[in-house]
Design a protein around this ligand. Structure first.
Ligand code: SER
Length: 597
């Protein structure tokens, strides 16, 4: 087997998929733009949900990219050989174009012909079916043919080369937490050659013998309100972990020793006074994830994405303490992590100092309280032999200990789990209205395309246009977030709006709503689109042919933006518009929250 660098694997994958008729689409920012229920892009398919459901994609029906992802659900596994919270996912998609046969065939062809993996180490799992959906015979037959073409007579069974798994959608069924396009999937694994951990050990076991490399999801279903229905289209959603491919190709002891992470790991080792492998890997992973998140505009804080960032930085500080590290992680590890990924994400290099400063500020804050907090935590344990939910809340409020860090320390001391309900009660009684850890926010959820989200999406375009009219041409979208209760819009401005300006903006939008302007899109090449809509947000994430949304036709036009959609069809659908809150969110950046209906 040839040893390939991760940059070579990345390039080969895109080239291979392009040779199969795919168009490369750009990497999206980590915060989903129009999805209230998902904190981070956790798979390459997230930005594609509307297109998997039938919206026309301007780049066609075969798409590919390498997408940066954050998966906090894996946070507790970080420290083993293969799990990370941030990683790059190699992806290819068929939007109602090719299906199982081609998808599986190409995935294997890439492993074997392009990367030189040994077919005899490849194992496949398929969906075994449940009371509503039958066993995936088509996937089984396809796998058999594929193995046969390489001279392997594959059998089907729990210990065989093709393993049907399911356990009522627990395995080999892929969906976002609360729904959307979904379906059975077929994963492929690489047998690392380690011994089986027990006679039943198979691809569903997490012991590390079988490393999952990638997953083809056969998206033929829609999950809505807990029910499944068949879509009138078939999609493929393939995702493969770039770090896992590098791990196999480079035959390293873990993903952290591949050329993706090695320079960062070496930096951590050089400043550690002991060899705690788990702690070293946690720091490598978390600080790297933090640099990506800050690059995408997140700052540490008490809610949502900001809370996760805070948690990653603070957990790193705690593990640095265990390793006897005295240096700042921001000046050492973060610097190397930024340099490492700058060739792929030039924004890291452009904003290097700001990113380091954000991490430095957060680590200084936590370093100032961690020693006292640890003493208090030990005192709670001495007194009661446990940490109650209220104690955990006290540690959170007074010393800035995210509950998960307290939980981890308890677990290390062999104590019982904290009662998170008690913690939540204490939390709520302090009137912290937060969508945070205590509310199980790490799992991800439905990429939302509800009517309400469409309304808020259209209202966001209208707000952008109205603000430019009232405040001036410097206004542009720096960030946007929608949930079923409100829209949130960040834009550059030195001051908040005066009450008169608020009224002006509201009046403009309400008049446009009452007029009933048509909302529609046209597809065009990016150059033309940028001429028409120079103020469009995040234009770098769209391909060469883009969708441009117009509000109002001809001389009634009030907004033109490059945007993937979806939107309502007429501004009348919004009912009414009102600004409910203004905030400062950083130097020269203001935030507006507004409601419709
Ligand atoms: N969405 C699937 C996954 O994350 C395949 O991309 O595994």
């Amino acid at each position: 087997m040839k040893t390939l660098s991760y940059l070579e694997i990345r390039e080969k994958f895109l080239k291979f998929m392009i040779s199969k008729g795919h168009i490369e689409i750009p990497n999206s920012p980590l915060v989903p733009e129009n999805d209230p229920t998902l904190l981070f892009v956790n798979a390459g398919m997230v930005p594609l949900v509307p297109f998997l459901l039938g919206e026309k994609h301007p780049s066609g029906t075969r798409l590919t990219n390498v997408q940066r992802c954050i998966r906090t659900i894996d946070i507790d596994e970080v420290g083993d050989d293969i799990h990370c919270t941030s990683f790059e996912m190699l992806g290819n998609w068929s939007l109602n174009d090719y299906f199982k046969k081609e998808a599986l065939q190409w995935s294997v062809e890439f492993f074997i012909n392009e990367l030189g993996f040994d077919i005899s180490n490849i194992y496949a799992s398929v969906y075994e079916g449940d009371k509503n959906i039958g066993i995936d015979q088509c996937a089984i037959d396809t796998w058999k043919e594929i193995f046969k073409s390489y001279g392997i007579a594959a059998e089907v069974g729990a210990q065989e080369r093709i393993q049907p798994l399911g356990d009522n959608k627990k395995h080999n069924w892929w969906e976002l937490e609360s729904g959307g396009p979904c379906g059975p999937c077929s994963e492929f694994f690489y047998d690392t050659g380690k011994p089986k951990c027990n006679p039943d050990c198979n691809t569903s076991c997490g012991c590390g013998k079988y490393t999952e490399l990638g997953n083809n999801v056969f998206m033929e279903y829609l999950k809505k309100d807990g029910n499944y229905s068949k879509l009138d289209r078939h999609n493929i959603d393939f995702g493969g972990g770039l770090d896992r491919y590098a791990y196999i190709s480079q035959n390293t002891e873990s993903v952290f020793s591949t050329d993706i992470y090695l320079p960062i790991l070496e930096k951590v080792k050089s400043i550690s006074s002991n060899e705690n492998t788990k702690s070293q890997r946690v720091i490598v992973d978390h600080i790297k994830a933090a640099t990506w998140m800050i690059m995408d505009g997140i700052t540490p804080g008490r809610t949502e994405q900001s809370y996760i960032l805070r948690r990653l930085i603070r957990r790193s500080v705690r593990h640095a303490r265990q390793l006897g590290i005295t240096e700042n992680l921001s000046d050492t590890v973060a610097t190397v992590a930024i340099d490492q990924f700058s060739p792929i994400y030039p924004k890291l290099a452009d904003e290097k100092q700001q990113i380091i400063d954000v991490i430095k500020e957060e680590e200084s804050k936590f370093k100032a309280t961690i020693n006292d907090g640890m003493k208090k935590l030990d005192k709670f344990i001495q007194e009661n032999n446990k940490i109650s939910g209220e104690d955990a809340f006290y540690l959170y409020e007074t010393y800035g200990f995210p509950i998960e860090i307290t939980q981890e320390i308890l677990e290390e001391k062999g104590l019982n789990k904290i009662d998170t309900e008690d913690f939540e009660n204490a939390f709520n009684s302090h009137k912290e209205k937060s969508r945070s850890a205590a509310k199980g926010f790490f799992k991800g959820g439905l990429a939302d395309t509800s009517e309400m989200s469409k309304k808020y999406h259209t209202a966001t375009h209208m707000l952008n246009a109205a603000l430019r009219k009232v405040l001036g041409d410097h206004v542009k979208q720096l960030g946007s977030n929608i949930n079923p209760d409100r829209l949130r819009f960040d834009f550059p401005n030195d001051t908040k709006l005066t009450p008169e300006q608020v009224k002006q903006v509201e009046d403009i939008i309400n008049e446009q709503i009452n007029t009933g302007l048509e909302v529609y899109f046209e597809e065009m090449d990016k150059q033309k689109a940028l001429e028409l809509a120079p103020h469009s947000a995040f234009t770098e994430k769209y391909g060469e042919i883009v969708k441009v949304y117009f509000i109002g036709r001809g001389d009634k036009n009030i907004s033109i933006e490059i945007c993937g959609g979806p939107h309502v069809q007429n501004t009348k659908d919004l009912g009414s518009f009102k600004i409910v809150k203004q905030e400062n969110v950083g130097a020269g950046v203001k935030r507006i929250k507004a409601v419709v209906g």
